[in-house]
Write a protein that binds this ligand. Structure first.
Ligand SMILES: Cc1cc2nc3c(=O)[nH]c(=O)nc-3n(C[C@H](O)[C@H](O)[C@H](O)COP(=O)(O)O)c2cc1C
Length: 366
C-alpha cells in the first residue's frame, strides 16, 4: 500500500474507507458498527436498491459553475448530504462526537447529533458553534427526562428536533451478538446517567404476552405533546410508508426521514430508496423528505435526490472515517464526497441542486 498524505493507514478513496476502518476497529466495535438486524437482508437491500438505477449523463450543458448548496428546513447547508445520528462515537475514536461535529461544521454540513453520545450535547455544540446541528431524540421512559433533554438542546443552539420513531426496542442483531458486543446501560453516556438507550428486550409476562417499556407505548399524539414543549421544528426519522408519512405530517412534522435505521431494526423491511417515491407522493408538497441508508458515493446521493429526497444522511461511512483518522478523517470523507458530487453534477448537466429532477435517473436491470 503506497504511503499517502494521511499515512499508510489512511484512505485515499471513498472505496477503500470501509476496509481500512475494519482493520482499525476491535472486532466488538466493528460488529456494533456494521451489524444489522437478524441476518442483514435489509442491510444488503439498502445497497442493492441503488443498483437498479442508472444516471443519465447530459453533455454540452454549458455550465460554468456547480453550486451544491441547499437548505434543510431553516438551515443553509453547503451540500445536500448530512451526518445521520450515530451513537457512542467515543468508542470509535477519542475525538468522539466533538471531532465529528467540528469537521462537519467547518464544511457547513449538517450534523444530526444522537441522544446517546459519548460527549454531552453541550460539549458537541461548543465544538461546532456555528452548526448547523439538529438534535436526535430518543424518547425517555420518563417524559420529564425527555423534556429536560429538549430544553438543553434548545439552549445549546440545536435548530431542529429529530424524533427517531423506529426504535421502540433494539432489534436482535446477529452479527453484534456474535462479536460479543452488548449495548448495556453500563456504557457511559455524555448526556448523563438518567438518559437511557431503547430497551434491549420485551419483558415477558408469560403466556405469550410481552410488556412494552413506557416510552414506547406512545402513539402519534406524542408529536403534539412534543410541540407543546418546544418551538423547534419536528422531524420524524424512521418512516417507511406513505401512511406513516401522512400521519407524521398531520401531527405537525415539518420533515420526515425515510430510513430503516441502516437495516438495524426490522430485518426484511424495504430499502429506503424503494419507498422514497411513495413518501414523496404522499407528503412531498407539505414537508421536506430526507433519506438515509446505503449512501456511499456521490451517485447514490444524486439518485436519491432525483427520486425526490431533499438531502440524504450518512451513517456508517462517518464512523469509518472517524475510526481511521478521527476528526481529520471525517473532514476528508466530506471533502471527497463533495468533490465527487460536484463532478457528477457536471457529468449530468446540473449546475445546481434545484436542477436535479427525475429525468436524471433511469431504471436498469442490475
Ligand atoms: C453504529 C450506529 C449507531 C446508530 N445510532 C443511532 C442513533 O443513536 N440514533 C438514530 O436515530 N439512528 C442511529 N443509527 C442509524 C443512522 O442514523 C442511520 O439511519 C443509518 O446508519 C443509515 O444507514 P447507513 O449506515 O447505511 O448510512 C445508527 C447507525 C449505526 C450504524
Amino acid at each position: 500500500v503506497p504511503v499517502n498524505a494521511q499515512g499508510a493507514e489512511g484512505f485515499r478513496t471513498l472505496g477503500e474507507l470501509e476496509e481500512t476502518a475494519g482493520r482499525r476497529c476491535s472486532p466488538a466495535v466493528w460488529g456494533y458498527i456494521q451489524g444489522g438486524a437478524g441476518e442483514e437482508r435489509t442491510v444488503q437491500r439498502n445497497r442493492d436498491a441503488f443498483g437498479r438505477w442508472a444516471l443519465r449523463p447530459r453533455v454540452l450543458a454549458g455550465l460554468s459553475e456547480i453550486d451544491l448548496s441547499t437548505r434543510m428546513l431553516r438551515d443553509a447547508v453547503s451540500v445536500p448530504f448530512y451526518l445521520a445520528p450515530t451513537a457512542y462515537q467515543g468508542m470509535v475514536h477519542p475525538d468522539g462526537e466533538r471531532g465529528t461535529a467540528r469537521a462537519a461544521s467547518a464544511a457547513r454540513v449538517l450534523s444530526m447529533v444522537s441522544t446517546l453520545t459519548s460527549d454531552s450535547l453541550e460539549q458537541i455544540a461548543a465544538a461546532s458553534p456555528g452548526g448547523p446541528r439538529w438534535f436526535q431524540l430518543y424518547l425517555q421512559p420518563e417524559f420529564s427526562v425527555t423534556q429536560r433533554l429538549i430544553e438543553r438542546a434548545e439552549r445549546a443552539g440545536y435548530t431542529a428536533l429529530v424524533v427517531t420513531a423506529d426504535a421502540p426496542l433494539l432489534a436482535v442483531r446477529d452479527r453484534q451478538r456474535r462479536s460479543g458486543f452488548a449495548l448495556d446501560d453500563a456504557i457511559p453516556l455524555g448526556n448523563g446517567p438518567d438518559v437511557r438507550p431503547p430497551a434491549r428486550e420485551l419483558a415477558s409476562k408469560g403466556g405469550g404476552k410481552f410488556a412494552v417499556r413506557e416510552e414506547a407505548t406512545v402513539g402519534w399524539e406524542i408529536l403534539d405533546q412534543l410541540r407543546r414543549v418546544t418551538k423547534l421544528p419536528l422531524v420524524v426519522k424512521g418512516i417507511l410508508s406513505a401512511e406513516d408519512a401522512r400521519l407524521a405530517v398531520s401531527h405537525g412534522a415539518q420533515a420526515v426521514i425515510v430510513s430503516n435505521h441502516g437495516g438495524r431494526q426490522l430485518d426484511g423491511a424495504a430499502a429506503p430508496l424503494d419507498v422514497l417515491p411513495e413518501v414523496v407522493a404522499a407528503v412531498g408538497t407539505s414537508a421536506e423528505v430526507y433519506l438515509d441508508g446505503g449512501i456511499r458515493r456521490a451517485n447514490d446521493v444524486l439518485t436519491a435526490l432525483a427520486l425526490g429526497a431533499r438531502a440524504v444522511g450518512l451513517g456508517r461511512p462517518v464512523l469509518w472515517a472517524l475510526a481511521v483518522d478521527g476528526s481529520t478523517g471525517v473532514a476528508r470523507l466530506l471533502d471527497l464526497l463533495t468533490i465527487e458530487l460536484a463532478s457528477v453534477m457536471l457529468f449530468t448537466g446540473r449546475g445546481s441542486i434545484s436542477q436535479v429532477d427525475r429525468s436524471l435517473v433511469q431504471p436498469v436491470t442490475p
